[in-house]
Design a protein around this ligand. Sequence first.
Ligand SMILES: [Zn+2]
Length: 297
Amino acid sequence: MKNRLGRAIVALIFLFLFGIYFYKQLGIRTFSDDIAFWGEATSLHPEGFEASSAVAEQNGTGAAASEAQPEPTPEPTATPEPTPAPIAFDLSSWEYMLVNGDHSIDQYVPAELVYLDQAVEALDIQTAYNQNRVAVDARIAQPLLDMAKACKDAGYPVFLSSGYRSYSEQSANFQRICANNGITDGKDANGHYITMPAGCSEHQTGLCCDITDKYREIKNDEIFQTDTYKWLKEHCAEYGFILRFPTGKEDITGVMNEGWHFRYVGLEAAKYIKENDLTLEEFWQRFGPAETAAETM
Ligand SMILES: [Zn+2]
């Protein structure tokens, strides 16, 4: 009986110790399996990074996760921009004709003149009272009318005051204005022309037009206050025209500032001249030798 009890106690103690041992072994295995499981899942997940990012973004930590990633290497520029061709103008072309106090065109007459009467009637643009005075070189008639119409459509009154003038008309003009101002050379006190000698007026080319406000044919500094002038100055280059005698350039053009005198030079040159704040004289200095300018005359 005693031995049986003793064996039973020993057996219970043995079972107890075995139980503790087994429990510890089970715990270690379970902990080890956790490590193995998560490690394996992270390393073998085919979209591990994306899945992690998605979870991170849902948790509001996406930005931090993204910042941790290295910047993608920029793609090399596929093709470099072509170098723009150097701007050049063939100054022997008709639209660049240079006329000023130093460059007379003598008795030049445009090959084809057109009168604007009918066209301006259709457009409701007013011209000088003697309509036959307003003619221009046929090559600029359409751009001039387009510009005048656009100005009128923008809400500003347009008056085409003076276009082509013949050598003899300019001669008469010169005499009259000189007499009225008590001068003989056509120049003001600053030495700038207020009227050009015959042969030296741009109006003889037929490539320009004096444009003023329809209701106030102003040909003095007051024109700078008119909306018509402001619109034309801003938009004339879009039609191939330039403001020929701008304020501040009198010593270069030799002519007093004239806010009404617009000259056709073509779209490309007008854009270039406006962007570079040039006069036609400076344009010639830049793109043609002086002797070429003289030959053209
Ligand atoms: Zn003029």
